[in-house]
Ligand binder design. Structure first.
Ligand code: AMP
Length: 285
């Protein structure tokens, strides 16, 4: 595995890299969820193709009061994981390598990015779209793999790629969870032991609502109030949002009808640590 910190090194690697090139962008502090994405990238690239992983804690997607400086950066461990999972190139630029000091162009998705995390983290998806567009220009992947854990991000990236005619295929990967259901996240390690135990109840609250919707309760307002009640009962948790939306348009739904593609979206804070998760609701046919 080659490691590159400079854009120029990526560009020259790319000129001779055997395709297909499959790309997994990350912010590092890699866990089994990221590892699953890299393994999927390896399968898609095959033995002949190339897998690129990037590790970049992107300042432009963090708000001024967010956890940019606290975000974990265990680079030596991350590099070992990338190598073991079969990456061919690890790109880990410094912020100054990516952004000119007077950078003044950004990419904005203005529909899917406005609700959920976009509402509670203003500018977040502008930062995500901009850095992903930049990385796509540098790596020029045939395919990029993103996790469904960040469902809204996946939807926004798909829209950006469609609307800007970017020649890259976007592939999703299901959410990887701990045994107790908590979605793996680099932020989980910042939870206190009590908060970590309590955080498992996010998944329990979502599965309870999904079960109810799956067994015939079609009134979204009812499902949502049950969900909110369960989340509010989690010790130490402050609910940022809890919504049941159309999973493609991220628009609101009144009722789950047959064929409705509904999904539960949740963001919960434990002190300074903000966790997000989502789960589909499949109404009976
Ligand atoms: P991050 O490092 O948090 O920016 O995540 C990098 C990529 O890994 C994104 O596409 C995430 O959606 C994905 N990812 C993070 N956690 C998980 C998880 N638990 N399961 C599946 N994918 C994940």
């Amino acid at each position: 595995m080659k490691t590159a910190a400079r854009i120029g090194a990526v560009l020259s690697w790319r000129r001779t890299a055997p395709g297909p090139v499959v790309f997994v962008p990350t912010m590092g502090a890699l866990h089994e969820g990221h590892a699953a994405l890299i393994r999927k990238a390896r399968r898609l690239a095959g033995t002949k193709g190339s897998v690129v992983v990037s590790i970049f804690v992107n300042p432009s997607q963090f708000g001024p009061k967010e956890d940019l400086s606290q975000y974990p950066r265990p680079f030596a461990r991350d590099r070992v994981l990338c190598r073991e999972e079969g990456a061919d190139l690890l790109f880990h630029p410094a912020p100054a390598e990516m952004y000119a000091r007077d950078a003044s162009v950004m990419v904005r998705e203005s529909s899917l990015a406005t609700g959920l995390c976009g509402a509670s983290r203003p500018g977040h998806f502008d930062g995500v779209c901009t850095v992903v567009a930049m990385l796509f220009h540098m790596v020029r992947p045939d395919t990029a793999v993103f996790g469904e854990k960040d469902w809204q991000q996946l939807a926004v990236i798909r829209r950006m790629v469609r609307d800007l005619g970017m020649p890259v295929k976007i592939t999703g990967h299901p959410t990887v969870r701990e045994e107790d259901g908590l979605a793996l996240s680099s932020r989980n390690r910042l939870l206190t032991p009590e908060a970590r135990r309590a955080a498992a109840r996010i998944y329990q609250a979502m599965t309870a609502a999904a079960r109810e919707g799956g067994s015939g309760e079609g009134r979204v307002a009812r499902l949502r109030s049950g969900l909110l009640k369960d989340l509010a009962a989690i010790p130490g948790a402050v609910v940022d949002y809890a919504e049941i939306l159309d999973e493609e348009t991220l628009g609101s739904l009144k009722a789950l009808k047959g064929g409705a593609r509904a999904r539960i979206f949740v963001a919960v804070r434990f002190g300074p640590v903000r966790l997000i998760d989502n789960l589909p609701v499949k109404p009976p046919r």
